[in-house]
Design a protein around this ligand. Structure first.
Ligand code: AMP
Ligand code: ZN
Length: 114
């Protein structure tokens, strides 16, 4: 997808700090971390948001969730709990229109979120 920041990161046209990669999934560090651990997990396929997931994407989404869990465990985030968030739409804070899950850990999280 032209002009999509995360597609450019996926295609290595823009540098990122990658912590996990396979054929369908990329997980990299957020450039502006809001927690001691703040990663972004994306499907390599351009999907604009959770609203655009199609039936055909179910294997990719499963892999994405499995990768999130694997990385969270590898980083020891399960010990004190961690948060996985996908903002959908501008009103909820989505600024990049490529489906991404924030993985945040190593600090206290409030509920409900602001
Ligand atoms: P959202 O606002 O939920 O759409 O999340 C987008 C996230 O992308 C924000 O947390 C940004 O800090 C992050 N971000 C923007 N540009 C980059 C970049 N070049 N590399 C890594 N993360 C980025
Ligand atoms: Zn994209």
């Amino acid at each position: 997808m032209e002009d999509c920041l995360f597609c450019k990161i996926i295609h290595k046209e823009i540098n990122s700090n990658i912590v996990f990669e396979n054929d369908n999934v990329l997980i990299f560090k957020d450039i502006s971390p809001q927690a001691p651990v703040h990663l972004l997990a994306v499907p390599k396929k351009h999907i604009s948001s959770i609203l655009e997931i199609e039936k055909l994407d179910s294997d990719i989404i499963k892999e994405l969730m499995e990768a999130i869990a694997r990385v969270a465990l590898e980083m020891g985030l399960d010990k004190e709990g961690f948060r996985v968030v996908t903002n959908t739409g501008r009103g909820a804070g989505q600024s990049v229109d490529h489906l991404h899950f924030h993985i945040m850990g190593k600090r206290k999280f409030n509920w409900p979120p602001g």
